[in-house]
Write a protein that binds this ligand. Sequence first.
Ligand code: NAD
Length: 406
Amino acid sequence: MSEPRTRRLVAGMVGGGAGADIGKTHRYAMRLDDQFELTSGVFGRDRQGSLGLAADLGIAEDRSYRDYAEMAAAEAVRPDGADVVVVATPNDSHFDIARAFLEAGISVVCEKPLTRDSDTAAELVRLAAENNAILAVPHCYSAYAMVRHAARMVRDGDLGRVTFVDVEHASGWAATPLEEHGHKQARWRTNPDIAGFPSVVGDLGTHAYHLLRYITGLDADRVSGRLNTLVPGRRVFDHATVELELTGGVPARLWASMAAAGHNHGLRIRVFGDKGSLEWQHEDPHHLTIQDLDGATTVLTHGLSTLSEDATRLTRVGLGHPEGFLEAFANFYRDLADILRARRDGTPLPSRELTIPTGIDGLLGVRFVEAVAASHHRDAAWVSPGSTAQPGSTAQPGASIQKAGI
Ligand SMILES: NC(=O)c1ccc[n+]([C@@H]2O[C@H](COP(=O)([O-])OP(=O)(O)OC[C@H]3O[C@@H](n4cnc5c(N)ncnc54)[C@H](O)[C@@H]3O)[C@@H](O)[C@H]2O)c1
């Protein structure tokens, strides 16, 4: 059961404008459990674009600020000011923006890599402590239920003594020179002034390193890294292979790449111990594979009643449903919203061939139940469920919806 709450937490955002990548993910995520209300922001450097998105998000004009400095000053003195601000801008601006809010006593969720050098990162950590503010970094892979379970298993000694860790975040998203063709995210990630020369290490290596640390509880005592540029002409390193020596001399290997041709997201970790091993992959996040010393394999699944409390408290959908189930419901409501809005505003209904099921689909379902029951009563005789209309998925959505009477 969720804890009682008197009011939702007040959130702001810097970055995450139209066409931006990760800002919208933060916004969706904050809405899911309904604990945050986004009430202020600077959604990009372009004032008109920022105002437009703020209006779409229902943010009052006086809280759609010109820049982060104005926002920090104003939100700090409002009685209903931001409890937390999300910084979802490219890497070179994280420090200045996060500092402005922390100095104003406002907590910050700052995207990774936290800053471009450890002095400024340490400065943010210091400012957060000094101003009694929270500073969080969304290495969100550690928030998967099965990653939490993996971390619990290692801590509980289920794998025995950790002997070796192999982690990779080897993605193929930039295996071609996208930056030369105007790709927004590739442009800044391959600009050394914004992303730094070891770009892929900051971008993907930090996620892989955090995942390794999170699951094993071990840190790197020393590393031996090799950086390469696989895409000719690229101005930053897009490929990194790193040997690590973890706490207690445990060896590890980390591979980060944005040029691993054909790979999708490519985040995977394997942890070996003297009693067995585990493996988790981001592209199959609701499974955790465990192998014992004899090689017998157990696949643990998100939602199992036998998982640790660490995993269970993060499980919203039942066994057999992947996390994507919630998104499927969100997609249903998105299509429904388009239709309801068109009716409300008197604008044409969306002309998509594939849209939501309607009352007609419900009717056909009920007729099917009746036909199956009737057939059963007649010793499995053939019975036609009958059909007066096409399902909403194949007819004009408008027509289907009108007939269904919703
Ligand atoms: N945690 C994750 O899994 C994850 C995933 C993707 C990106 N990121 C991180 O998120 C950050 C943003 O990446 P992205 O891919 O979304 O970039 P992006 O280029 O798609 O979006 C950046 C946004 O910030 C805005 N912006 C830039 N400077 C600003 C400023 N001074 N004030 C207000 N807005 C400003 C841009 O207009 C744009 O809307 C990066 O640090 C990246 O490393 C994290």
